[in-house]
Design a binder for this molecule. Structure first.
Ligand code: TYD
Length: 217
């Protein structure tokens, strides 16, 4: 059975302001009295939060492929236990990161290429249906801008294992998002994250309003 809800994913480089924008989105939907489920990756359910700790722990060393498989494992279980039931109940799901993050970070950042797509196609296939997001809202900032924001806020937000990667890694991730925005144009909208916070949210709000109208959720 095709899930009838609306699956929206927020994507962006580290330091893109995604977390603040999620707060704006939640406040806006609450004000409109629109029912939604907000969740995140990696995590969102107990098993996946435990996998998250393993992946992001700065003391852990692992190969890119192991990292990719761990993200995919966390993703599949979160999808089965939390996302699909909500979609099948006709709800809007707002997820902080999903498959595009793996394609950008592991595919381009770790240079694992097509293997990441293959692994993820398997991970998001449930009962013969692949659960792609209906829309990826990608907040774009240049890698230097994102990293600068993270480092200046390091007191408020814990710096994780991926933040510590070299600038070239973040450049490859950014290039990845650019290419993915073309390859998946029908489910990808790019928002300029270098504007001030309110302008970024205004752009996101327009996308949300259109989606909600289209899907009649
Ligand atoms: P998090 O602290 O949630 O960062 P952010 O607030 O930027 O989302 O950590 C998630 C990190 O995991 C982030 O650096 C992106 C990375 N990531 C991947 O590399 N692949 C993935 O599939 C996902 C979901 C996240």
């Amino acid at each position: 059975m095709k899930a009838k809800g609306l699956f929206i994913v927020l994507e962006g480089m580290d330091g893109s302001g995604k977390t603040s924008q999620l707060e704006h989105i939640k406040r806006y939907l609450n004000e409109q009295q629109i029912d939604f489920l907000s969740t995140r990756e990696p995590g969102g359910i107990s098993v996946s939060e435990q996998i998250r700790e393993v992946i992001l722990n700065v003391d852990n060393d692992m190969s890119g492929l192991t990292e990719c498989l761990l993200y995919a494992s966390a993703r599949r279980e979160h999808l089965i236990q939390k996302v699909i039931p909500a979609l099948q109940a006709g709800r809007i799901v707002i997820c902080d990161r999903y498959v595009m993050s793996s394609l950008a970070y592991q595919g381009y950042g770790r240079e694992l290429g097509k293997a990441v797509l293959d692994i993820n196609q398997l991970a998001i296939d449930v009962d013969g249906q692949q659960y792609w997001a209906d829309m990826n809202i990608y907040i774009d900032v240049k890698p230097e801008v994102g990293l600068e924001r993270i480092m200046s806020k390091s007191g408020e937000r814990e710096v994780n294992r991926l933040d510590l990667e070299a600038l070239e890694f973040h450049h490859r991730v950014h290039q990845g998002y650019m290419e993915l925005s073309e390859q998946h144009a029908e489910r990808f909208v790019m928002i300029n994250g270098e504007q001030d916070e309110q302008h970024v949210f205004n752009d996101i709000k327009q996308v949300l309003d259109t989606l909600i109208q289209q899907y009649h959720v």
